[in-house]
Design a binder for this molecule. Structure first.
Ligand code: CP
Length: 365
C-alpha cells in the first residue's frame, strides 16, 4: 500500500534548515503524521466557511490542520495543482511582511491565482468607498478573501455584503487566527505529545506571555488557541505592564478553561520557570501602535530555562535581541516559515480541494 512516505520530498524543505553554524530549531514535520493517517472529517467540515476568530475552529480541527500542514511541509504536492482554477484575493489595508506574502506563496505553490491588494489606499477606500461595497464587488472577483485591516470592526463591515469565505489576517486589536495556527503548528512539531488529550502533569507546559492579550491581536489569538490545548498546559503567566491585560470576554474564556493563570509585571522572577515564552512587540491603539515596555527585553544573557523556546509573530523591534537567533531558544524562525504550510492546509480545506491531493495522502472519507 502506498503512503505519504512514498511521495517525493518537498523541494523547498531544504531551504528551511538553519545554517550549520546556527543552533536555532527546526523541528521535523514528519513527527506529526508518521504514526497516524490524516483524519479528513475535521478538515472537510471547514469547506466554504470563514475563519475570523480562533473561536471558529475546534481543537480537533487545529490538530488536523497542523498534521495536514506537516504533510504539505514534508512532501511534494505542487505537481498535482490542487488549487488550479481558484482565485485568492488578498486585501491588505495595513502593512504586512509575512502574512500577505506567505498566504500568496501558499496559494501560488498550489497553483491558485492571486489578486493582490497590498495597500488599501489603492482601492476605492481612498475615495470614501465603504468596505461593505468592496465586499459586494469581491463576490464576483475571487473564490476566497484574505483581509487585514487596521480597524477591529472591519470584519463585520465587509461581511455585511461578502458571501465568499473570509480569512481574517489581522483586524486592529481583534484577532489573527492564522498566526495562532502557525504558533501551534510549530509547538506541535516541537512537542508532538501536546496534541494528546491527557498529558501527564510533568509534560504539561508553563506558558509565558509577554504582552497584553486585550490589545495585541496575535497574543490574544495565541492565548485563545492555547485554551483549546488546556490539558497540555500547566499554567499561563502573563507578563504585562497593565494591571488588567485582558478584556472581559477573554477572562471568561480563561475561567471556563480552568487553567491556572498568573498576571505579573516581574519578568525576572517568572522567566526561569517558563517552558515557552510568547512575545510580541506591537499593541494596536486605533490607527497607531505602541511597543512593549523597555524593561521587557530578551537576549542571550536572559535567565531562560534550559530547553525553553521563544515564539514571536514578528516583526520584532528591540525586545528580542538578534543574539538569540542562533541559539536553541529560537523557535520563532521555524514558526514564521511553517506559516506557509498551515495556510496551505487552510486554503485547501476552505476551498474544498482535499480530493485533488496525491492519492498517497489518502484523504478519502
Ligand atoms: N506575524 C505577522 O502578522 O507579520 P506581518 O505583520 O508581517 O504580516
Amino acid at each position: 500500500m502506498s503512503s505519504v512516505a512514498d511521495l517525493k520530498p518537498n523541494q523547498i524543505a531544504q531551504y528551511l534548515d538553519p545554517p550549520e553554524s546556527s543552533e536555532s530549531l527546526r523541528p521535523e514535520a514528519e513527527v506529526l503524521f508518521a504514526e497516524k493517517r490524516l483524519q479528513p472529517r475535521p478538515l472537510r467540515e471547514l469547506e466554504g466557511s470563514s475563519i475570523v476568530s480562533v473561536r471558529d475552529l475546534t481543537a480537533e480541527q487545529v490538530v488536523e490542520l497542523c498534521r495536514f500542514a506537516a504533510v504539505l511541509e514534508a512532501t511534494e504536492v505542487a505537481s498535482h495543482h490542487p488549487l488550479d482554477g481558484k482565485i485568492v484575493l488578498t486585501a491588505f489595508f495595513e502593512a504586512s511582511t509575512r502574512t500577505r506574502t506567505s498566504f500568496e506563496s501558499a496559494a501560488l505553490r498550489l497553483d491558485a491565482k492571486i489578486i493582490s491588494i497590498p495597500e488599501g489606499q489603492l482601492t476605492g477606500v481612498k475615495k470614501g468607498e465603504s468596505l461593505a461595497d468592496i465586499g459586494e464587488m469581491f463576490n464576483a472577483y475571487g473564490d476566497l478573501v484574505v483581509m487585514r485591516h487596521t480597524e477591529t470592526e472591519s470584519i463585520d463591515e465587509i461581511q455585511t455584503r461578502l458571501r465568499l469565505p473570509l480569512i481574517n489576517a489581522g483586524n486592529g486589536s481583534g484577532e489573527h487566527p492564522t498566526q495562532a495556527l502557525a504558533d501551534w503548528y510549530v509547538l506541535l512539531k516541537w512537542r508532538p505529545r501536546l496534541a494528546e488529550p491527557d498529558l501527564p502533569e510533568e509534560e504539561r507546559l508553563h506558558l509565558g506571555i509577554l504582552g497584553t492579550p486585550g490589545s495585541m491581536r496575535a497574543v490574544k489569538s495565541f492565548l485563545l488557541m492555547s485554551l483549546l490545548f488546556q490539558r497540555s498546559i500547566r499554567k499561563v503567566t502573563v507578563i504585562s505592564e497593565m494591571a488588567d491585560p485582558f478584556g472581559a470576554d477573554l477572562v471568561q474564556d480563561i475561567q471556563q478553561a480552568g487553567i491556572e493563570l498568573e498576571v505579573t509585571n516581574d519578568i525576572q522572577h517568572s522567566l526561569p520557570e517558563l517552558d515557552v515564552i510568547y512575545m510580541n512587540s506591537i499593541a494596536f491603539l486605533g490607527d497607531s501602535y505602541r511597543s512593549l515596555g523597555s524593561r521587557y527585553k530578551l537576549d542571550a544573557d536572559s535567565d531562560l530555562k534550559p530547553g525553553s523556546v521563544i515564539l514571536h509573530p514578528l516583526a520584532r523591534l528591540d525586545e528580542l535581541s538578534t543574539n538569540l537567533d542562533d541559539t536553541p531558544h529560537n523557535l520563532y524562525f521555524a514558526q514564521a516559515h511553517g506559516a506557509v504550510f498551515v495556510r496551505q492546509a487552510l486554503l485547501l480545506s476552505l476551498l474544498g480541494r482535499l480530493d485533488r491531493l496525491p492519492r498517497e495522502i489518502r484523504l478519502e472519507a
